[in-house]
Design a protein around this ligand. Structure first.
Ligand SMILES: [Zn+2]
Length: 259
């Protein structure tokens, strides 16, 4: 099974500054970059559309947090998995993400709204996902953790409250890792960073993201020096599941991470 965890708004230097034993262990045991890049505009829905469709925003044309269907459709990761008879599940707390896949392609979709409580909202989504992860029900699971972004907007990126939230997310991912069945592979990265109380610009603070791949067949304790961006995630996730990338996808499989 393959798990992709999106950690909204988590900057790579936050992982370095905060106390993050889970991220540290995953980097030690896996391959990672602390200088992967987002896409412009560096905001959540355009970024996630690029993650799931492996094309830049100028191609999928979702340029704000309001979804519009593509005029020239590009197959998304979830549709490609469905075509290959893989079972996929999605767990998220920000409703616009329901448009990342087309109807009838997911085996399970769980949305519970952000509750203005950063300690509760991600925990609730994680707890929902844990039961299904433990039972190994799906070939692919998407888990979205959104509270670092919420706290960033409220208190500022790299503020004490933001770093504390990154530590909370680290502990939640620790719970997930304890639950995963043997042979699992995990990709974790954020969609964008942030500065002051915003993001969306081409500044490095907004564009640089951590990108961590872990599990069977992934090289251990390796810092990836090659350029990695959001478009590379869908081809790499498909590769882990033994499925070729869609022809229209523009990213690449991060082979350097694989043994
Ligand atoms: Zn975001």
């Amino acid at each position: 099974m393959v798990l992709y965890i999106s950690i909204d708004g988590v900057r790579p230097d936050a992982i370095e500054q905060a106390h993050t034993p889970t991220f540290d262990a995953l980097m030690n045991e896996g391959s990672y970059s602390l200088a992967a890049r987002s896409v412009m505009p560096s905001i959540t829905l355009p970024c996630h559309m690029s993650i799931f469709h492996s094309v830049p925003p100028e191609r999928h044309n979702v340029l704000t947090n309001v979804f519009t269907p593509m005029v020239r459709p590009v197959p998304g990761l979830i549709e490609v998995l469905a075509q290959a008879d893989k079972r996929a599940a999605s767990f998220f707390s920000w409703e616009p993400l329901r448009d990342l896949s087309r109807p009838s392609s997911l085996s399970l979709s769980h949305f519970s709204a952000y509750e203005n409580d950063p300690d509760y909202s991600d925990l609730r989504v994680v707890n929902k996902a844990l039961t299904h992860l433990e039972a190994n029900e799906f070939d692919f699971t998407f888990l979205y953790l959104g509270t670092a972004d919420e706290v960033g907007h409220l208190s500022g990126w790299m503020s004490q409250a933001y770093l504390k939230q990154v530590e909370h997310i680290d502990s939640l991912i620790g719970k997930v890792m304890e639950t995963l069945p043997a042979g699992a592979r995990v990709l974790i990265h954020s969609d964008h960073g942030g500065h002051e109380r915003m993001h969306g610009t081409a500044k490095d603070e907004d564009m640089l993201i951590p990108w961590i791949l872990w599990g069977e067949g992934v090289k251990q304790n390796q810092e990836l020096k090659q350029d990695i961006n959001l478009l590379d995630s869908a081809p790499t996730l498909c590769h882990l599941l033994g499925i070729p990338a869609a022809k229209l996808w523009e990213g690449r499989v991060i082979q350097e991470a694989l043994s």
